[in-house]
Design a protein around this ligand. Structure first.
Ligand code: DCP
Ligand code: MG
Length: 373
């Protein structure tokens, strides 16, 4: 009754996996502000408030027009008192003073700077901040700071890694990895996942899934692939995590945690000439080099787990979170990157394709391009 007779009423689900979210965001003015709020709460380990702002941002990303007032034609779920207050401020003043205060905050600025280094999480950043460090140079020069090898690589390539990776660069890396994988096994399967599979034009890294129909050979394949990149001289850093996957241990406390498949977190050297259409360096970044460093993640599940891992690594993070929450709360099922457990039937549900998993959950299938929640 409150809706205007001219406008259709849009009712959005509180689960991101029941909303269509393309890469086109009409509400950036709110979602950018919410991201600052979420990050600030994350730095203070206030997980509840952090999640509330991430959820609210995710809802707004799925509204296909700029929201001009609260209520009325669009029923927005997941908006609490605080998120609404920030929105109202932006609607009235064009900006949020609470967000601006955070952006000027010393602690926020430093934690943001420190966590921009690959290998430095909120806990280390907080420790450095409490130790009085202000700049990245402080962290490098302080005798009390002991950097691990990941952080050393993070500092060495900080400029490159902080710069967004373009779609053309992601595709070029895909070609290099694909050729290297096929050089090892003719049956190797390599697919682009993460944000680029969702159609994003830029990302902070490039995510790949590697597998093979040869049972039990996926981890060896990944190790051989990394070795091949090393011999090509393009491996700048590798942090390999061996597989700890054991189907007999599922479902356990590990549900929702990071998956147990073999994976490598890499930094690779990408030559400008390998990128289709060439590389346009931003103003002031011409340092005479003809290459850049790029963060690349590769996960290697066994083929029969392929669909679950592909779904899990395609993201977005908020989409994954809600898929799992939906499975648990609405279907009494446990979903993670390894499988889907039906608590009622007490059995694993098989899936060859992502479509099978959506079907088990009674969800309409959503293309990766609509999972940008
Ligand atoms: N993921 C995971 N376990 C990891 C790393 C990632 O399950 N160790 C999942 C979570 C994300 C997806 O993979 O849904 C991709 O992670 P990214 O952090 O790379 O996020 P995106 O690719 O979506 O965005 P970006 O453009 O920042 O890379
Ligand atoms: Mg990514």
């Amino acid at each position: 009754p409150e809706a205007s007779t001219h406008l259709p009423v849009v009712v959005l689900s509180r689960y991101a996996c029941q909303r269509r979210t393309s890469t086109e965001n009409h509400n950036e003015i709110f979602t950018d502000a919410f991201e600052v709020m979420a990050e600030s709460y994350e730095f203070s380990q206030c997980d509840g408030q952090c999640l509330a702002f991430r959820r609210a941002a995710s809802v707004l990303k799925s509204v296909p027009w700029p929201v001009e007032r609260l209520g009325a034609a669009t029923r927005l779920p997941c908006l609490g008192e605080h998120t609404r207050a920030v929105m109202e401020e932006i609607l009235q003043c064009g900006r949020s003073f609470e967000v601006e205060k955070i952006l000027c905050n010393d602690r926020y600025q430093r934690l943001k700077l420190f966590t921009s280094v690959f290998g430095v999480g909120p806990k280390t950043a907080e420790k450095w901040h409490r130790g009085g460090l202000r700049t990245l140079n402080d962290a490098l020069e302080d005798p009390g700071v002991e950097l691990n090898s990941m952080q050393k690589a993070g500092f060495r390539h900080h400029g490159d890694i902080s710069r967004a990776v373009s779609r053309a660069e992601a595709l070029a890396l895909g070609e290099i990895l694909h050729q290297a994988a096929l050089g090892i096994s003719a049956h190797a399967v390599l697919v682009l996942t993460g944000g680029f599979r969702r159609g994003k034009e830029f990302g902070h890294d490039v995510d790949f899934l590697l597998s093979t129909p040869e049972q039990g050979k996926e981890e060896t394949l990944l190790l051989s692939l990394v070795d091949s990149l090393r011999r090509q001289g393009i491996l700048l850093y590798c942090d390999h995590h061996p597989s700890t996957f054991d189907i007999n241990n599922l479902p356990g406390v590990s549900f929702e945690a990071m998956d147990h498949f073999a994976k490598s977190f890499l930094i690779l050297r990408l030559e400008d000439r390998q990128v289709e259409g060439g590389v346009q360096r931003p103003e002031g970044q011409h340092d005479g080099r003809s290459w850049r460093a790029v963060r690349v993640d590769v996960v290697a599940p066994p083929m029969e787990r392929y669909a679950f891992t592909l779904l899990g690594w395609t993201g977005s993070r908020q989409f994954e979170r809600d898929l799992r929450r939906f499975a648990r709360k609405e279907k009494r099922m446990l979903l993670d990157n390894h499988g889907l457990w039906d608590k009622t039937k007490k059995e694993f549900l098989p899936a060859e394709r992502e479509e099978d998993i959506f079907a088990h959950l009674g969800l309409e299938y959503l293309e990766p391009q609509l999972r940008n929640a």
